[in-house]
Design a protein around this ligand. Sequence first.
Ligand code: SF4
Length: 432
Amino acid sequence: MGENGENGDSALFLEEKIGRCPHFPHFPPFSHFPCPHFPHLKETKSMIEWNRLILDTPSTSEMLRYGGTRTWQERRPIVVWNTTFRCNLNCLHCYAQSQNKSYLGELTTQEAKAMISDLSDFNIPVLLFSGGEPLMRNDIFELADFAVKSGLKIALSTNGTLITEKIASKIKEAGFTYIGISLDGIGETNDKFRGQKGAFDLALNGIHHCQQTGIKTGIRFTINKYNYHELSAILGLVKEKNIERCCIYHLVYAGRGSHLIDKDISRKESMQASEVIFNWVMGNGSKYPEILTVDNHADGVFLYLRLKQTDPEKAEQVFNLLATNGGNSSGIGIGCIDNLGEVHADQFWQHYSFGNVRQQRFSDIWMDVSNELMRGLKERKGLLKGRCSQCKYLTLCNGNMRSRAEAVYGDVWASDPACYLTDEEIGVTLQP
Ligand code: SF4
């Protein structure tokens, strides 16, 4: 199974300007052009940027002046592309269940180029090359080069074990602007998780080689019951190795009866993990390394409530920024195209396709709300049930991960079972 099919590629630096830049008002609201004058105003998709929110939040008046909430019609998704399902590793949490074998019917080079051209025409903010392991695809650098020449911003999600000095140079030359490498624990913990002895050292070498080229490099740590105890050690490693970004992913289980459900940490442990992260960021007191959590927008609510205890003014600013970002955006601000060209609401909806880019343009599939699920994800608030429907922080979270609700309750619109906030904290009395 593959690293890149793992939980969380949605988090890679996926940034997008919100609203119109006062200095470049001619850029449309969905432009991926980053605002050089007001870099705070970046949209985060499935992630919570802890140190940006705690240490670097724009004031409410700035938010009102420059921010703006866009409709789904105006937004364009970050697209995760599972370039191949082939992978050299065999990770426990791989949603693609990848193996080191050829997969029939994967998009050819020409088909991939046609897809990339369409994505460029659609003005998506970022194309994320994922997998399987994307570096196992022979034409990866040709396609990356083509994407950059088509005007796309590209990122790479990899297990890092194949990155030598030479490959790192090729990644840099191809125009990737960010690379996310997975580490799911220290040493043996990571290796057991990834199904290969020595994977930790290889990934660390890969990180080092990428850092040497100057590409922004981050790690991805998917928290679960086997590595939960190493969260602090991972944060320490990130600091020690001068890694620019640490993305901590919550586990996302998809499909009924997913084997991942019993590998998740408890709600109490999720709360404790958030405390550890909060205290670490406060203690570090710097914007670097960037610490992000991904795929659980309850984290944003936690952060708001936590700040409210000590700094109500900052809490208010954080509230406004989170509300502007709008919480989970599966089917709106993030989408996925798999190795066969099937289009999904995000990378965890592999079991549900809206169409195939071989037959239709991605843009047409994405904007077609005659599909009930696509329509529901884009306008979901009225459909939510249970705790999410009553939650007073729905504007910050947007009901979190719908694929987890479906996996556990068999109902796409049920509450997200990974919400660790108490009923009292979110002001509800209903049970899921
Ligand atoms: S109850 Fe639902 S909407 Fe509210 S914070 Fe939890 S997951 Fe988010």
